[in-house]
Design a protein around this ligand. Structure first.
Ligand code: CA
Length: 256
């Protein structure tokens, strides 16, 4: 789908890409980038250029392998193609987001306008449309690393705190007033999804799609039931929730 060779190699060989590998470059030497892309020549080009710029690179050529690599190799950034065999990029993105805050840069082909918007809603941090220049890609990857580095520097490791509630997405643990709260996996996913988007209202259908996935056949009552369970577990006064709020006629939102 991308214009092979020319644009990308030209950009890669341009001045500036090497200079950026120095101390003033990536910001974190040896940061690990996971490339999930099914086009072999693009994987090769990306890997070559990322390594040349001082990054460690791991790659996967289908969605399922990409998800596995994201969990196993603990990359600092994921470059994720949208159209992938076995599991598409949106689903991979959604699943990675279930347990990690790793920055995700989505690659889309021209004309996938709708998909890329959905991609950002699914938890991608940025996107690039093919064909793109390597310098542009490096700039995006570095920007994502800077942002996540800044988040880490805050010392919270992606942790979300709201009143008495502390959520640790990496460890998949929740505490209320310092005490561990036992949540079922979907309760945890639902809480984390809402808490990552504070103040944003989601319909039940949107929540189903993002937390349960496109292949889920249950009705929107599922969301209500999980919301009730969640409130009973994490809210101090479940009948008068302070964080997991109902927006009448629309859906739910999380407030800090
Ligand atoms: Ca592809």
């Amino acid at each position: 789908m991308f214009a092979p060779g020319r644009t990308m190699m030209d950009a890669a060989d341009g001045t500036g890409s090497n200079k950026a590998a120095g101390a003033a470059g990536p910001g974190r030497a040896g940061a690990k980038v996971l490339v999930v892309e099914d086009e072999p020549s693009l994987v090769a080009t990306l890997s070559y250029n990322l390594r040349k710029n001082g990054f460690d690179v791991v790659s996967a050529t289908d969605g399922a392998a990409g998800l596995q690599a994201a969990r196993r190799d603990r990359p600092d950034v994921v470059v994720l193609d949208l159209m992938l065999p076995k599991m598409d990029g949106l689903e991979v993105c959604r699943r990675i987001r279930g347990d990690s805050d790793v920055p995700i840069l989505m690659l889309t082909a021209k004309g996938e306008e709708l998909d890329r918007v959905v991609g950002l809603e699914m938890g991608a941090d940025d996107y690039l449309t093919k064909p793109f220049g390597m310098r542009e890609l490096m700039a995006r990857v570095r920007a994502l690393l800077r942002r996540s580095g800044a988040r880490r520097a805050e010392g919270n490791g992606g942790q979300i705190t709201a009143g008495a509630i502390e959520i640790d997405p990496r460890g998949r643990t929740v505490r209320r007033d310092g005490a561990d709260v036992a949540l079922k996996p979907k309760e945890f996913d639902l809480l984390t999804f809402l808490a990552r988007n504070p103040g944003q209202v989601f319909t039940r259908e949107q929540i189903l799609e993002r937390v349960w996935g496109y292949d889920f056949f249950g009705g929107s009552r599922t969301v209500d039931v999980h919301m009730r369970w969640l409130r009973e577990k994490v809210e101090v006064e479940p009948a008068r929730p302070a964080h997991l709020l109902t927006v009448r006629g629309v859906g739910y939102k999380f407030v800090r």
